[in-house]
Structures are given as C-alpha cells and as structure tokens.
Design a protein around this ligand. Structure first.
Ligand SMILES: [Zn+2]
Length: 354
C-alpha cells in the first residue's frame, strides 16, 4: 500500500454522483473469526488490545475495493461497555478506533466514516430512553467529528425512532449521513412501519443516503431495493450479510442447519458462530452487486460475515479494479483444469478423476 497520499476525489456525495461507492463492513464477525473478538457480547475491545489487527483489516478491505474506511466503533457504545463492566474504556476505545481508521483512510485516499449503531436501550414508549440514546449518539459522534470523519454511518437500526435520533445528531454536525435500517422477518421497522416509508421519513428529515444493512442475505435483501429506490430521491444503500438466507429463513439469525447437531451449537442455532456452511461464495456476491446496482442501489457493501474476497467480487462487479484484482482467479494455468498450451496434457486428461 502506498504511503503517499493520493489526490482527494471529493466527499461522499460527490463520489456517489460519479458512480457507486463501496463500503466494507463486518469487522465484528471477521475479527471474531480470526480470534481477536468474543462472540456473544460482541464488543470491539480488539481496537485497544490488538490495534494492528484492526488496521490490517482496514487495509485488506481497501485493498479489496472498499472506498470507505469505517471506524470500528460498532458496539463500542456506552451500553455495550456497561454490559462487560468496562465503561471506562468507552472514550479511549472510540478515539483509538477513529485514529486507526483515519490513518488508513488518509494514506489510501478513501473516505473516513464515523459509526453509530443500535443502542439496545431504545424503547418507543419511554421518553427517558430517547434522551439516553441521544446522549450515547452525541458522545460517539462528537469524537468522530473531532477525528475529522468525512461522514457518519448510523446502522443496524431496527427502530425508525432510534434512527431518527441518530439522524438528528448527525445533522447537527453538518456532515453527510448514511442511515441503514435492519429488516427482520417482516419488511418493516420494529415499530411496524413499512421499510420504504421508514426510509422516506428519514429522507424527509434530511438523510443523505438511506437503505438497509445486515441481517438479510443477498436473496432476501434484493427484493426490497427496487421499491426503495422508487420511493426516495437520494442514493440507496444495500449492505447484506453474505449468507444464503431464503424466503423461509430470511435473516441470518433464522438460518437452521440440517447437518448440524443443535446441541453442539452454543445457543442451538447457527447464529452467530456456526454460520460457515451458509457463506455465499464470491460469485454470488458478484451477482448480488450487479442486480442491486441494476435495481438502483448506489452505496453498496457487505456486513457481518464479509471477507476481503467478497468485497473484491463486489468491486469488480461494479466495474472497479482494486489492487487485489491482481490476484483474481485465473484458472488458465492450473495444472489439471487449465487451458494453457504448455500444460502437460496427461494431467488435463486426468482431471475428471480428481
Ligand atoms: Zn452486520
């Protein structure tokens, strides 16, 4: 990766006007898989305990084609840190996550995004929780602004009301906002508002980009994209989890594995740490990216479960050639399955026996 700073290419909205923008997400799951983060509480302590791993993953995602470096403050909020008894780490963790991301963004010419997410304390009927949520967003977004973020992502929000609070706090900063809601089994917010209408209300309240992230795989997120594009007049975001969800099991929490012994799984189901057999291959991500773009989505990415090879597939599907494309699959020189003239014919003839 070059240490010299590439020429700036404008902010998020300028880049979206030029073409699709890719945002790699899924840091929580990928660092868990690599052995640096605990499934369950899912708190990004890795930011403080192994910052070099976070930096490396930022770099890998950019190498694979992400246009955005999202600071890893996901679930680094006050409520999550309270649950693990480490509220004292709240500010150091957030500031360090932002600094790690900023360094990679600066050296690669990518956009730096701040991040907030579902707080788990929002209750539509409890005004006190709204104030609590607002103050949680204010402290995290405040640190993001001080770090010089280009825009702020508020994501995996299943309550429209909570998303509206996040949007208000972001708007007070004057920075562009990307607000992505989560669709559970129904195509609606947790309050019961149809997803298209929920997103429209966010646009009416000033959101710059709206859409969906997490929970749903490509197959079950895709049908929501077209109607959303038809409903709002801002760029639409689509960032599924790269898992093979179905109409019957539309979210990655609802996936059931007929080959797995439920008794051996920590909570009896594949989510979150036994989802491996459902992982999409990179070509399924190529297909999703092409279809989502054709449906009008312009801010694309992947959430929990994503790895750099998925991000590269998405980037290539959208016409980008990231540095990692240097190593994209080329089978022509494979000893058994290749076509190159210089390969030994006897190996190609034997290929059917492999
Ligand atoms: Zn996710």
């Amino acid at each position: 990766m070059s240490e010299t700073q590439p020429a700036p290419r404008g902010g998020l909205l300028e880049r979206l006007a030029d073409g699709p923008v890719i945002c790699a997400e899924g840091y929580l799951f990928e660092l868990e898989r690599r052995g640096y983060l605990q499934a369950g509480a899912f708190v990004p302590e890795v930011v403080l305990e192994h910052p070099e791993r976070v930096t490396a993953l930022h770099e890998e995602f950019v190498h694979a084609g992400s246009d955005v470096v999202e600071a890893f403050t996901y679930y680094g909020h006050r409520e999550k840190l309270r649950v693990i008894g480490k509220e004292d780490l709240l500010e150091p963790l957030n500031r360090q996550a932002l600094e790690l991301a900023a360094r990679v963004a600066r050296t690669t010419g990518t956009l730096l995004a701040g991040n907030v997410c579902n707080t788990n304390v929002y209750d539509p009927a409890d005004g006190r929780s709204h104030a609590q949520v607002r103050s949680m967003f204010e402290e995290q977004i405040g640190w993001a602004v001080e770090s010089g973020v280009d825009f702020v992502i508020a994501e995996t929000l299943r309550y429209l009301g909570e998303a509206e609070i996040a949007l208000e706090v972001i708007k007070e900063t004057g920075l562009p906002s990307v607000i992505t809601l989560v669709a559970d089994h129904q195509d609606q917010s947790r309050e019961g508002i149809p997803m298209t209408q929920a997103c429209k209300r966010l646009v009416d309240a000033g959101a710059d980009v709206v859409g969906l992230n997490c929970n749903r795989g490509p197959e079950t997120m895709l049908p929501l994209i077209g109607p959303l594009v038809d409903t709002v007049d801002v760029p639409v975001a689509a960032l599924p989890v790269p898992y093979r969800t179905t109409a019957e099991q539309p979210t990655f929490q609802s996936l059931r594995d007929p080959h797995a012994d439920a008794a051996r799984l920590p909570n009896g189901v594949p989510f979150p740490s036994a989802l491996d057999p459902f992982t999409c291959n990179r070509y399924e991500i190529t297909e999703f990216a092409s279809k989502a773009y054709a449906a009008g989505a312009r801010y694309l990415g992947l959430c929990c479960g994503a790895a750099p090879h998925h991000v590269r597939a998405m980037a290539e599907a959208l016409g980008h050639i990231p540095p990692a494309s240097r190593y994209s699959t080329d089978m022509s020189k494979h000893a058994y399955f290749g076509t190159d003239e210089s390969l030994l014919r006897k190996n190609q003839e034997y290929a059917a026996h492999l």
